[in-house]
Design a protein around this ligand. Structure first.
Ligand SMILES: C[S@@+](CC[C@H](N)C(=O)[O-])C[C@H]1O[C@@H](n2cnc3c(N)ncnc32)[C@H](O)[C@@H]1O
Length: 495
């Protein structure tokens, strides 16, 4: 392994030990975690926590928000509740730490109990860190922990009102999930259901910046930043409506990204989460600035979908008509002769079909962008030993021995932005039924069912970036129509 790999492992191991030193435990499933939480906290504490969770919803109740973070900082709550964020701290620690190496004076805005602030201060003993927060108990804990750990280059201060007092400008300001909260705010809607583009709407932008408190925080923070300083932030801005709103707010303050924003993925009690991206921006006239990107992020492999048995055979009938295909053949001790074929159907969908003499049929489909992943199967399958072949089938297609027709799953399903690309590429689309609803404030939803060659499709899209594409063969067309009716009825029923 190269040095980069070793350094990565070192920081990960250091973070694991560090988080354990705060009493945090890592859980890989909700059931075990909540059982531990129930055993560790008396019911009245859990009720109070639940009450505060409800009170702070909507992001408008500052007092409830402060009480919530005060409660989380209570020594009997802290290790239990912050254990949910074990992997969050580990991933963010790894992503942010290298970016702090050149900074001498770092401000951590909304530092909470200082878990990340203390870690970074320990990593860079030559630099000075200050963490600020509006939760008094969080600041008390942060101060105690820094003292207990003998970290002399970090201070913490309670700041409940803007502006932020400072002795000298900071060359780096850090904010992780603190600058832009208002979690229920979906941000800016797209122009219509057919696009991810957001029209420029200065008055809505400014109104949102004001109502979410983002403008006030940005103004106060930038006031403390040195002219060539950097703001490094990772907020809950994965949703495109929030991301574009946030980017435009930064851009309006003449901040430019100086590195490619990177997503922050982590697990919360075993569930994958994606946040961020991590932005590194500066107000300096950017010579090496990166353009603001207002397109959805594409995650490699997001469009891949598999089906097996009867459904693979039914869908395969259409795909196997693809004129240019690549194929590999081989033999397996118990599955017999096998063939894998790959192609791109109608320039819309890449597919790979694995068939064996023992009548196993496995189909895998993806958007054109994920074509390399599909075609890679040709080499992968050919290089497998007999036992790896078996594992590969089970890992890729699940219960490979059960060939009972599955009537509840579609032949292809995609819930990501890449669904839109495939939908646009579908050949000879004929719409059978469609419906578009507007529910005010730029919210629009569209749903349609139709046919594409011998397949049937259902497409669902809205102005807050949700997309869904289902494909099935002719026999399954009724299921899509039922789904269409149900969705139309649900959309028309007032909530
Ligand atoms: C989700 S926590 C994040 C804590 C920490 N940065 C982390 O990544 O774990 C949000 C923190 O921001 C603080 N906060 C929110 N708004 C603030 C404000 N206007 N001024 C200071 N702190 C604020 C909250 O008290 C809370 O501790």
């Amino acid at each position: 392994m190269n040095d980069g790999g070793n350094a990565h492992q070192d920081i990960e191991a250091t973070l694991n030990r560090y988080l354990q030193s705060w009493g945090l435990l890592e859980f890989h499933d909700e059931g075990t975690y909540y059982e531990w939480q129930r055993q560790s906290l008396p019911p009245q504490d859990l009720q109070r926590l639940q009450w505060l969770v409800e009170q702070r919803q909507g992001g408008k109740n500052t007092s409830a928000d402060i009480q919530f973070y005060d409660l989380l900082a209570d020594p009997s709550f802290l290790p239990i509740l912050y254990s949910q964020r074990f992997d969050y701290f580990r991933q963010l620690g790894q992503l942010l730490s290298p970016r702090l190496s050149s900074s001498r004076h770092v401000l951590d805005f909304g530092c909470g109990v200082g878990i990340l602030t203390c870690f970074f201060a320990q990593q860079y003993p030559e630099s000075e860190f200050i963490g600020i927060d509006r939760s008094p108990h969080s600041i008390d804990i942060a101060q105690n922990e820094a003292k207990k750990r003998q970290i002399s280059n970090v201070r913490f201060a309670l700041i409940q009102n803007m502006p932020i007092p400072f002795d000298h400008p900071y060359d780096c300001i850090l904010s992780t999930q603190a600058l832009f909260q208002a979690e229920q705010e979906p941000g800016l809607p797209s122009q219509n259901w057919q696009t991810f583009e957001r029209p420029v709407d200065d008055s809505r932008q400014q109104e949102l910046e004001r109502s979410t408190g983002l403008n006030e925080r940005l103004v106060a923070l930038l006031n403390t930043l040195s002219p060539d300083g950097r703001l490094i932030c990772c907020e809950k801005t994965w949703n495109l409506g929030r991301r574009i709103f946030f980017q435009r707010a930064l851009g309006a303050k003449t901040l430019f990204p100086i590195s490619e924003p990177i997503p922050c993925s982590y697990h919360e009690l075993g569930e994958p989460r994606i946040d961020g991206p991590v932005y590194e921006v500066t107000g300096r006239t950017a010579t090496q600035s990166v353009a603001w990107n207002e397109q959805p992020f594409y995650r490699e492999g997001e469009s891949v979908y598999r089906c097996v048995g009867d459904m693979a055979e039914r869908m395969g009938k259409e795909f196997l008509k693809t004129p240019r295909q690549e194929k590999r053949l081989g033999q397996h001790g118990s599955y017999g002769n096998w063939t894998i074929r790959c192609g791109v159907w109608e320039d819309a969908l890449a597919w790979g079909m694995l068939e064996t003499g023992s009548r196993f049929r496995g189909l895998v489909m993806a958007s054109k962008r994920d074509r390399p992943l599909i075609f890679q199967l040709l080499e992968t399958v050919g290089s497998l030993s007999d036992s790896e072949f078996e594992q590969f089938l089970r890992h890729g297609w699940g219960n490979v021995d059960n060939d009972t027709p599955n009537t509840s799953s579609p032949g292809y399903e995609n819930h990501f932005p890449s669904a839109e690309e495939i939908y646009k590429d579908l050949p000879r689309k004929t719409i059978k039924q469609e419906s578009t609803f507007s529910t005010g404030q730029g919210k629009e939803m569209h749903i349609e069912v139709g046919s594409t060659n011998t397949l049937r499709y259902l497409y669902w899209a809205n102005t807050f970036d949700q997309r869904q594409l289902l494909l099935i063969d002719e026999r399954g067309g009724d299921i899509l129509e039922e789904y269409f009716q149900e969705s139309v009825e649900a959309a028309q029923t007032p909530s």
